[in-house]
Design a protein around this ligand. Structure first.
Ligand code: ADP
Length: 202
């Protein structure tokens, strides 16, 4: 998909796109990221939508992973196939529950994005879509979460061998607007980022 609300383009041609309002289960990137919970047994929100659209094979793989390594701590990520989804893979990561900001939530949230893009790169994946991790049931304030999400991906993307495109697929207009604003602010800090910011057609 090439619809985007805003885009950052780096000198080497890699891009970070923000799309929304949109449903991540319809994404045609090679992998999508799931905002899971530690049990990996499915839950509400985007987690439920991904398992519903992808079918039971994703849950079976998640159960095998938990049997092998135990429940997944916040900040970590694992990969499964995408079942019936257009995406070939799902990367499951567990965001922090927001408890006021003094419980290492920012560090844990950044780790979700870093681990997910690292796993994608390790699997030779070229395009990857994220939802807004932790800003639903887990209660992370969306403007803060957007800043952390974008900064972490913008820092990690240049080091990737395979990943060339990252999309943030944002379910509602308020979340989409928060991410566009965070991207614009980040692009105005030349020390933090060297990318061209543009608003898109959608
Ligand atoms: P968390 O528990 O990490 O907060 P949630 O699923 O409750 O996860 O919410 C995370 C974000 O995902 C929220 O912004 C929510 O609106 C969004 N979301 C829910 N369904 C979808 C979907 N189908 N595609 C993309 N984002 C979604």
């Amino acid at each position: 998909m090439s619809d985007f609300a805003a885009r950052l383009t780096f000198a080497n041609g890699k891009t970070v796109e923000l799309a929304g309002p949109a449903d991540i289960t319809k994404e045609t990137t090679e992998a999508i990221v799931n905002a899971a919970n530690s049990s990996l047994l499915g839950g509400r929100g985007v987690d439920a939508a991904i398992h519903h659209a992808g079918g039971p094979s994703i849950l079976q793989e998640c159960k095998r992973i938990v049997a092998k390594i135990g429940t997944l701590p916040a900040g970590k990520a694992v990969i499964t196939t995408g079942g019936r989804l257009p995406a070939k893979y799902v990367i499951h990561t567990v965001g922090p529950v927001y408890r006021g900001g003094q419980q290492h939530e920012a560090k844990t949230l950044a780790s979700c994005y870093r681990e997910s893009i690292q796993i994608a790169d390790d699997h030779g994946i070229r395009s990857l879509a994220f939802p807004s991790i932790s800003t639903g049931a887990f209660g992370y304030p969306v403007h803060q979460a957007a800043e952390i999400a974008l900064r972490t991906i913008v820092e990690a993307l240049p080091h990737c061998t395979h990943v060339i495109q990252v999309r943030f697929v944002l379910f509602d207009i308020a979340t989409s607007n928060a991410y566009v604003q965070a991207a614009e602010t980040l692009s105005q800090q030349p020390r933090a980022i060297s990318a061209v910011f543009e608003k898109g057609p959608s």
